[in-house]
Design a protein. Structure first.
Length: 342
């Protein structure tokens, strides 16, 4: 019933949030554009083109769907990462993924690498940096024996430090104030680049990988018990951990490519859902996906309307909202993480 209620809330969020924005467009005009695009009814043909059509159908609607996809992807990644490393403080960026993306973006913006990709260069190189950093973490953690949660965390810290150092070095020697300002803004996150051409790729990928994780809820539950317990039950989690890390890295890579760096979602959403509904990943994954999508949709709405004629970077707002909520939930109710109370 909770899942059904959240699905209904998500649909309502999509339909209501599209009416918000700096442009002065009435609710009637908004839905006239949507009805025309969806059903091509003659009575709404007056909204087949023009400024109102472009704002609603080419700017607002793709942006809302991108917020849905990114919120869902980051939340599911947070759930999986916390199970893989058995650490409640883990999120999609704890294993060096964010630093890899940051390095890729710095190389694109400051050094001009990937300029042949045009406007997509920053996103593509950030995606590549995130994925390569994840593979580096997996490779290092498997040296000298099979990977485990502790080795993954240590490898992630090392890769994060190296990537951040190289990125900061590139920024320092460039002495390019415009490029530095651009990468700083990108690192704060934004959904302004949403386009239908991106949505048709990102949204299906987020849904597909999230559904794949949902089918693995038994293995994720077992990871919370630890490798020793899993071995006594006849299950070796080493291979599953590698596969989950790769899939999670793809989700984070797509999110970074589409919206820049948006932190905290993968930490606060799984914690909040786990506190309220328990640690079973059979419930935790779909609930986190839905709550994360709803949260980021309304966070983006706030970013668009909180300042007149300007847009607040969503990464800033998410941190401002998320940190106090996280502290409140921690004070209000303790919860279990893989048995025991945390």
């Amino acid at each position: 019933m909770v899942i059904v209620g959240l699905v209904a809330a998500l649909l309502c969020s999509v339909l209501i949030s599209i009416t918000f924005g700096n442009a002065d467009i009435s609710v009637r005009e908004v839905y006239s554009v949507i009805f025309y695009e969806l059903f091509h009814l003659d009575r709404f043909s007056g909204y087949a083109s023009g400024a109102v059509h472009d704002v609603v159908w080419l700017i607002r609607f793709p942006r809302i769907l991108l917020a849905l996809a990114v919120g869902m992807g980051l939340s599911v990644c947070g759930v999986v990462m916390q199970a893989v490393v058995k650490n409640p403080l883990a999120d999609p960026y704890v294993l060096g993924v964010s630093s890899g993306a940051y390095l890729g973006a710095a190389m694109a913006i400051i050094l001009g690498i990937g300029s042949f990709l045009g406007d997509n260069a920053v996103g593509v190189l950030a995606f590549a940096g995130a994925v390569l950093a994840s593979f580096a973490v997996l490779t290092i953690s498997n040296m000298g024996g099979r990977s485990n949660a502790g080795k993954l965390i240590l490898a992630g810290m090392a890769i994060s430090s190296v990537c951040s150092a190289f990125a900061n070095f590139i920024i320092y020697i460039s002495q390019n104030k415009n490029a530095t300002a651009e990468i700083t803004y990108w690192s704060m996150g934004s959904l302004a680049s949403a386009e239908w051409s991106n949505i048709v790729v990102f949204l299906p990928m987020m849904l597909l990988i999230s559904a794949a994780f949902w089918t693995q809820y038994r293995s994720l539950n077992l990871m919370l018990l630890g490798d020793d317990t899993a071995v006594t039950l006849g299950t070796d989690l080493s291979r599953a951990r590698i596969v989950y890390m790769i899939l999670a890295s793809l989700l984070v890579g797509f999110s970074v490519c589409a919206a820049g760096m948006i932190g905290f979602v993968g930490l606060i959403i799984p914690h909040a859902v786990r506190m309220l509904f328990g640690t079973d990943h059979r419930r935790l994954i779909p609930l986190s996906a839905l709550v994360g999508a709803i949260f980021l949709i309304w966070a983006d709405v706030a970013c668009r309307v909180i300042l007149s004629n300007a847009e607040l970077p969503i990464g800033i707002l998410v941190s401002i909202i998320g940190a106090p909520c996280f502290i409140y939930l921690m004070i209000r109710k303790s919860y279990g993480f893989g048995g025991g109370k945390s």
